[in-house]
Design a protein around this ligand. Structure first.
Ligand code: ATP
Ligand code: MG
Length: 384
């Protein structure tokens, strides 16, 4: 009897001819998530099994697997040979000792000498014999003993189904650069795109010395938490202090945020191209703040050619907070350190800035020189 964790995958099976490709990436991601824990990952038809791990690591393995996109569900159970005595031995471990139960058999091996109902009855009867206070209830049992009769002469026996993260394996939907601030929204936006299979690179803008190291460390910590799902390795930071100073000195105050955002997008696109990413991702939500209007979006989209994905565009703040709490980023996001957008914040930012006015004001700046200068400040921090 071998203790195993059984992993079933989600939408991957829908992908027809690409199935092999999806499964390869899924397998690599599972291995990445289990790095540092002794284990063996085995593939059986339509499932993965984690085996050969130490008993005390089982909970940690489960919590890591629960965060891998593409996992539909998982179960802790036993792999045994498919004779009745071996099946019973494992069934006795996963079965409740009192109350109601049923046995639920799935037979992948259609040549197995007993049918599923026969197996349910036979193992059920033996369990009742072993635990006389048990009762069978096939409609609403308190416990279920699942038997999965596999083709290779083995059976999987388990008592629970845990829900996985769903979605698609990270890396199957291209790569995007996430503009990550220290706020609540952008980490959630990154999570959502990773869930659809996108590989996420993190990019953060800071205004040192107006913003401090604590603000930077907070964003690095957010990226680290997020990377339990996105499997990201590092974060890039870029200093935009001089850009903000120049805008502040030379341009109309109500355009401070609008102009800064256009610089952020330009820098992000250049970094994305270097990293082989094909889109940008932001945490913008329509109408949430002055710059998140259609005019604001138009103004920043106008300086890039890559698509800008805004997965939170139709979400209320409350909905975003619920997700941030579930992901585990919320507590870090609400720490007080300021990120760069609040430095030089105008009293009345333009809500519907006209593109012609923005472009006129921007002519007062040496855009290209400022971009080059900012890009030269790029730093990379490992998330490990
Ligand atoms: P968040 O909660 O993600 O900070 P927000 O509600 O504070 O969002 P804004 O400050 O307008 O909204 O930022 C909108 C988006 O712009 C953010 O979601 C993020 O994607 C990007 N962004 C803002 N500030 C930064 C920054 N300092 N570095 C990188 N990206 C940023
Ligand atoms: Mg913010």
């Amino acid at each position: 009897m071998e203790k195993v964790i059984i992993i079933r995958y989600a939408e991957i099976h829908l992908k027809g001819k690409n199935r092999g490709y999806f499964e390869r990436i899924f397998c690599v991601n599972l291995e990445k998530s289990l790095k540092g824990i002794r284990h063996e990952l085995r593939r059986t038809s339509g499932r993965y099994l984690v085996a050969a791990f130490a008993d005390q690591d089982a909970d940690e393995i489960c919590s890591r697997i629960a965060r891998v996109f593409g996992v539909h569900s998982y179960s802790v159970g036993y792999r045994v040979s498919n004779d009745l005595d071996s099946i019973l031995e494992a069934a006795l471990v996963v079965c409740p000792k009192s109350g109601t139960f049923k046995v639920d058999t799935h037979r992948a091996d259609k040549k197995y000498p007993m049918t599923s109902p026969q197996l349910n009855a036979e193992i059920g009867a033996r369990l009742l014999q072993a635990h006389p206070s048990l009762r069978v209830d096939v409609h609403a049992p308190q416990g279920v003993v699942y038997l999965d009769i596999r083709e290779e002469g083995t059976a999987l026996v388990f008592g629970t189904f845990e829900e996985g993260a769903g979605g698609m394996p990270v890396g199957t939907s291209s790569k995007g650069v996430l503009l990550i601030s220290g706020g609540i929204d952008s980490p959630v936006a990154g999570y959502m795109m990773a869930k659809r299979g996108m590989e996420v690179e993190y990019l953060h803008f800071h205004s040192y010395p107006y913003t401090n190291e604590q603000a930077r460390d907070k964003v690095i910590e957010l990226a680290r938490i997020l990377s339990r799902y996105t499997l990201g390795e590092s974060i890039t930071t870029v200093k935009v202090t001089h850009i903000q100073e120049e805008i502040h000195k030379k341009c109309a105050a109500e355009l401070n945020v609008t102009l800064l955002r256009r610089f952020m997008f330009r820098i992000a696109e250049r970094i994305a191209k270097k990293k082989g990413a094909k889109c940008l991702i932001t945490g913008e939500s329509l109408g949430q703040v002055a710059s998140q209007t259609i005019e604001g979006i138009t103004s920043s989209n106008a300086v890039v050619t890559m698509p800008v994905l805004r997965p939170l565009i139709g979400f209320d703040k409350e909905e975003i907070i619920v997700r941030a709490k579930k992901i585990g980023t919320f507590e870090t996001s609400v720490l007080p350190y300021e990120d760069c957008c609040t430095v030089f914040l105008p009293e009345f930012p333009a809500i519907k800035p006209k593109l012609s006015f923005i472009e006129e004001e921007e002519k007062k700046l040496d855009v290209e020189a400022l971009l080059e200068e900012a890009l030269a400040t790029a730093e990379r921090f490992s998330l490990h």
